[in-house]
Design a protein around this ligand. Structure first.
Ligand code: HEM
Ligand SMILES: CC(C)=CCC/C(C)=C/CC/C(C)=C/COP(=O)(O)OP(=O)(O)O
Length: 477
């Protein structure tokens, strides 16, 4: 099982019992809510409905835009106090210059936002002011996330944990010793059922629910309530077959390294439960079926399906994964393609909201996988893979997880504005984003395998909830 439980005894920078990282995290969530509220205000033309500053007419039942405008302003007042308070405490108590500068920049940005907000209001939400206002809000969010990342690094990081160089794969002698490795399959199963299970395992079924949700969100964004059951069924069937095909090729191409890693040493091709030739044939059969199903939708969907299979099987598995620490980041393109496939299945062309959804998946991927890479750090080192924690260490990986989470949240707020998504989407992303952020902060503090698994599950729950909210918001509201 997973890597050893590394745990350092650390004392966080306490502010009368509340660690500064907790204060910063709360402020970040507040600023994020403000970004989302700002995007909602822009969509609902709130500035036109409430065109005086700092107050305007009270909201009524027939003017939801006024309610949005008021909500945005009241939230801005509360969050402004939080930014000022956190910055004052941080600048006073912290020694890390990077964090102090970031907090000072945050205060300046917030002050600028008050003025920009006034300009947006009196110009009725027209011209360039709303774009600058939203951009500055995103800059404020980014500055605070950077402050948190640097603070956590200084407070809880281990400066000695910086392995150098890419691990050298050891000689392949024997399997890593999983109890399940060997000719006898798990639980001693034999016969048809065990063989069927082994083929199902080749298809990496555990990934499918989330990738299907990604494609569903792409379709829902494109079609709204007009989405048909036929398109959904064809797209998801083609998608499941494509994931199965690329998963199968991945098992075949990695059989030698899988043998060295404990987590993977009982895979069906490694244990000879499935002969390589059969696995290859299975992979090609799934590929052909998948492309045939995609082709019934449109040719661009089929081309993207082929690109996804080739990218995951060849580019990621053979080229990126064994050779570069950026394997996960660039590999994120494969996972992002189902978003585009969903969009293209409905429209036949590539469109901006589909690309924005793909961007969310791309940025989310490192925040998702680096947690597992931490939990299986020693296993990946045994396999000779230059995964982020193996090459750059635990502390650097923690920082990257937080920064990619911040970037994912920004992209998610961008999607709200681009695709006119509503309150359900915004509230969901803010709530599950806060849970994911909390799991990542606990990972920094606890530095244990359990904490890495917790953050991994939080990443999946975050994306799952975001995608369900996209589907409901786009189709039903
Ligand atoms: C470079 C990209 C990615 C890498 C390296 C990666 C890696 C992994 C690994 C190693 C596992 C464990 C698999 C297992 O034990 O069976 C996993 C699980 C999973 N991944 Fe990813 N992943 C990536 C992208 C994605 C994407 C794009 C999605 C979906 C949008 C996704 C969704 C999932 C899900 C749902 C699980 C299963 C979680 C569970 O079993 O609880 N992954 N991932
Ligand atoms: C439509 C289509 C084909 C989409 C493909 C997208 C896709 C499957 C993306 C996820 C990539 C992934 C799960 C990698 C798993 O890591 P790994 O292979 O490094 O994991 P391992 O260590 O378990 O082998």
């Amino acid at each position: 099982m997973p890597a050893t439980e590394s745990h350092r005894t650390v004392v966080g920078n306490q502010t009368d019992g509340v660690p500064l990282s907790t204060l910063l995290a709360g402020t970040i969530v507040g600023v994020y809510l403000l970004v989302i509220a700002g995007a909602t205000a822009a969509i609902t033309d709130a500035a036109a409905a409430c065109s005086s500053w700092p107050a305007c007419g009270l909201p009524t039942a027939d003017s939801p835009a006024l309610a949005v405008a008021w909500g945005h302003r009241l939230l801005a007042a509360v969050v402004g106090l939080a930014v000022l308070g956190t910055a004052a405490i941080g600048i006073q108590r912290l020694e890390d210059r990077r964090v102090r500068v970031a907090l000072a920049v945050a205060v300046v940005l917030f002050a600028a936002q008050v003025g920009l907000g006034a300009v947006v209001t009196v110009t009725g939400g027209t011209g360039i002011a709303p774009i600058v206002h939203l951009g500055a809000a995103m800059a404020l969010f980014t500055t605070l996330v950077l402050a948190l990342a640097w603070h956590l690094e200084t407070e809880y990081g281990d400066p000695t944990d910086r392995p150098d160089g890419v691990p050298q794969p050891p000689e392949v002698t024997e399997s890593a010793g999983s109890e399940e490795a060997g000719a006898t399959p798990p639980g001693g199963q034999t016969g048809l059922l065990a063989t069927v299970r082994a083929y199902v395992r080749l298809t990496k079924p555990r990934l499918m629910w989330l990738l299907c949700l990604v494609a569903s969100a792409g379709m829902a964004l494109a079609a709204g309530p007009a989405l048909t059951v036929g398109t959904i069924l064809a797209t998801l069937t083609g998608g499941v077959l494509a994931i199965g095909a690329s998963g199968t090729f991945n098992h075949v191409l990695e059989r030698d390294v899988d043998k060295r890693m404990q987590r993977t040493s009982d895979r069906p091709v490694v244990t000879d439960r499935i002969p390589i030739r059969n696995a290859v044939a299975f992979g090609f059969a799934l590929s052909v079926l998948s492309l045939a199903v995609f082709a019934t939708i449109n040719l661009l969907a089929a081309a993207l399906g082929l690109a996804a299979i080739l990218f995951y099987s060849v580019v990621y598995t053979l080229v990126l994964k064994p050779n570069t620490v950026q394997n996960t980041v660039i590999g994120g393109f494969a996972g992002a393609l189902p978003a585009l496939i969903g969009w293209v299945a409905v429209t036949g062309t590539i469109g901006v909201p589909g690309l924005a959804l793909a961007g969310i998946i791309f940025l989310w991927t490192p925040a998702h996988f680096y947690n597992l890479a931490l939990a299986y750090r020693e296993d990946y080192a045994r396999g000779g893979f230059p995964m982020m924690p193996v090459v750059r260490g635990e502390t650097e990986t923690h920082k990257h997880i937080l920064l990619y989470l911040g970037a994912t949240l920004l992209a998610a707020s961008g999607l709200a504005a681009l695709a006119n998504l509503g309150v359900l989407y915004g509230a969901t992303v803010a709530a599950v984003g806060a849970v994911f952020l909390w799991a990542v902060i606990r990972l920094h503090r606890e530095r244990t395998t359990n904490a890495a698994f917790r953050a991994f599950h939080a990443s999946n729950a975050f994306l799952g909830a975001l995608l369900v909210a996209v589907v409901i918001d786009a189709m039903a509201i």
